[in-house]
Design a protein around this ligand. Sequence first.
Ligand code: PMT
Length: 406
Amino acid sequence: MSDQALAGVRVLLGVSGGIAAYKAAELVRRLRDAGADVRVVLTANAARFVTALTFQALSGNPVRSSLWDESAEAAMGHIELARWADEVLIAPASADLLARLAHGHADDLLTTLCLASAAPLSVAPAMNQQMWAHAATQANLATLRARGVRVFGPAAGSQACGEVGSGRLLEAGELVAELAAARAPRVLAGSKVLVNAGPTYEDIDPVRFIGNRSSGRMGFAIAEAAAQAGATVTLVAGPVSLATPPGVTRVDVRSAREMRAAVLARAGEADVFVAAAAVADFRPQAALPQKFKKGGAALELTLVENPDVLAEVAALPRRPFTVGFAAETQDVEAHARAKLERKGLDLIAANEVGAGRGFEAADNALLLLWPHGGREHLPRADKRELARALVARIAQLRADANGDPA
Ligand code: PMT
């Protein structure tokens, strides 16, 4: 992300009540560092956790918390404030605030501003993991998403209440990156993007399978970034436990052969294919119909090679812009360039894997290689940030190939 990713953007930051409210102070600083002009509105409950004075000092602007403050209304009325904003960001957004937004309440200054503003609305939820998982909260989020509200996070981890799970506010830097990404030019508008992600499971018998450590995070992040860049995205997912990114159509598969069928059925009409899945290279020749019982005898498995989904897409007569991944433990660049050339790809994203790197982790580092010596190193960062950089590179290479201005 560039240093001034939000230069000149007028951000109305709403802070609702919750222990994460103190983190909004750092967010104000980061938003201003990114070039934004920030005005803060506290809910009555937020004001129990943090003081208006802190936010006034950090934002350099008066802080509002009531609809009924006559002197503040005289300086800049709430309708004027709603019109002033280019972006409305609520961080943290409590379960109660999400419920009130979903139902169109306007019973305090912040909810009134949300209704009165034509600016895009983003919410960064933060709450106890049980409250986050509650069907009421999820239904409210679905309503908000369907209205185009962007939802940033939450992250998972240990919580102030001592529990562990989803519901942590994203870090200030991540929130600024999310907001900047959401405002980024829609470089893939009008394109159809097909992504595969996650592992494949190759059955040994009804209860056992050969799998791998792919969590699907990298591929899901790419699908999300492509959708944010304006593409129509289909995500073919192996067995993973991740939520589908907003606006993405998902097709679930299990084995490499199912992955192949789902991808080939859609590759012909895709403009871009990104193969982030860790497709198993081998499968048992035949899955046993019954559970194999131990009894002293060794279980001998004959493994046969699986189809190479990526190579098959790359060999299609009318093929999409085809992007492969290379998971390497050594000589990353040499092996990846050999894969790029052998499979005839338009771009390859190489990552070093093993010992907590590449697979499963929330972050990664990528080396992008393309024909005629093209090369870009993307240093270690959150997979969502890398995905956005990969999408930008794909758009750039396609524009170059078409002779379009960048
Ligand atoms: O899912 P995460 O936990 O976030 O981890 C991300 C990742 C490490 C899985 C991802 O970044 C990654 O590297 N994906 C590709 C893994 C892989 O199978 O690499 P490979 O070097 O073995 O394969 C090269 C390319 O061929 C890949 O694009 C792969 O999708 C494709 N392939 C491989 C075998 C096969 N039978 N069919 C394929 O299409």
